[in-house]
Write a protein that binds this ligand. Structure first.
Ligand code: TLP
Length: 344
């Protein structure tokens, strides 16, 4: 059976060039700082994001956790979106492991936190309150239709952070999707950020890995935090090698994923029983609602799955499809055909 896997861009398998680079990688013990390939990847990411240094970590979740633990002490408060990946999908790790207090602010439909909401959430100096220390933004915003946050907005949040003496962390798991969609270099998008996490294993198709970037001081502290979390990897150059290929060869092609997701969204919008505004689809993530009575997202997902089209339920009636490296324009036509048969 033909399988069209739209569950996530995390399902991608490494390219031939990645496998070759992994096999040829020069390695050493990275806990001693002696893996030349890891060092090269970290330098490459820092340079690309306009930061002083970077740190290779196992996953996006670890990148966000290491960043929060490095910025915040126990009892400090983080301002973040109520739809953010950190708040929604990371087991409350920063609270569980770091005693960090999350202060959610509603995400707007475009993934932004309204600037007045951020300002209201910043704590004043009062013995009753936790101390605010960090603002987190997510770019692109996963649960808000994969929307990219523009440079002006990122700067405005940076300005608030500076005014109140706060740090800014950007969960940039899909930052390069934002770069491609907006036609703005990633370094400009994160110019105000004190730390940035990017993922190599999502749209960029590397098998494993994320990178945290920031100042030299921040990264040397983050390196300690990674170690206590058990994230000190040894000959990790075999993984970093794939990450280097991901960064050099896989960013520009994200445009194809965006074109395919838009095509999918437009096709779905034409079907009765589904609700979606294709104009909100700006990158590789497509959310839509099932409006036909008796059809929940769970039922639709199961029925599609049995016909080879894989999606994720994202709420009682909400589904998510994510285009990725393995999905062609022809796959989208095929998936739309399967949908149309199921829904109509
Ligand atoms: N997101 C995954 C799932 O966890 C939902 C996906 O399929 O989209 N930040 C953002 C914005 C993410 O979307 C994800 C993964 C992460 C962080 C965590 O990355 P990993 O899975 O590498 O820990």
């Amino acid at each position: 059976m033909r399988i069209i896997d739209l569950r996530s861009d995390t399902v991608t398998r490494p390219t031939t060039a990645m496998r070759r680079a992994m096999s040829d990688a020069e390695v050493g013990d990275d806990v001693f700082g002696e893996d030349p390939t890891v060092n090269r990847l970290e330098e490459m990411v820092a340079k690309r994001l306009g930061k002083e240094a970077a740190l290779f970590v196992a996953s996006g979740t670890m990148a966000n956790l290491v960043s929060q633990l490095t910025h915040c002490g126990r009892g400090n408060e983080v301002i973040l979106g109520d739809q953010s990946h950190i708040f929604f999908y990371e087991q409350g790790g920063s609270a569980a492991l770091g005693g960090i207090h999350p202060r959610t602010v509603p995400n707007q439909p475009d993934g932004k936190l309204a600037l007045p909401d951020i300002e209201v959430a910043v704590r004043t100096d009062d013995i009753h309150f936790p101390r605010t220390s960090l603002i987190v933004l997510e770019n692109t915003h996963n649960r808000c239709n994969g929307t990219p946050l523009d440079t002006d907005y990122m700067h405005s949040v940076g300005e608030i952070a500076r005014r109140y003496g706060l740090k800014v962390h950007v969960d940039g798991a899909r930052l390069f999707n934002a770069e491609v969609a907006l036609g703005v270099e990633a370094r400009d998008l994160v110019a105000e950020a004190d730390s940035v996490s990017i993922c190599l294993s999502k749209g960029l198709a590397a098998p494993v890995g994320s990178v945290v970037s920031g100042t030299n001081d921040f990264i040397s502290e983050a390196r300690r935090v990674r170690k206590v979390l058990g994230g000190g990897m040894r000959q990790a150059g075999v993984l970093a090698a794939a990450g280097i290929v991901a960064l050099t060869e896989m960013v520009d092609r994200l445009e194809d994923d965006h074109i395919n997701s838009r095509k999918l969204a437009e096709g779905l919008a034409d079907m009765d029983g589904l609700s979606i505004d294709p104009n909100r689809v700006k990158t590789n993530i497509v959310y839509f609602e099932v409006t036909r009575s008796g059809m929940t997202s769970q039922i639709v997902t199961e029925k599609l799955d049995s016909r080879g089209v894989r999606l994720l339920p994202a709420g009682p009636n909400r589904l998510r499809a994510v285009t990725n490296y393995h999905i062609t324009s022809d796959d989208i036509d095929y998936a739309l055909g399967v949908f149309s048969n199921l829904i109509t």
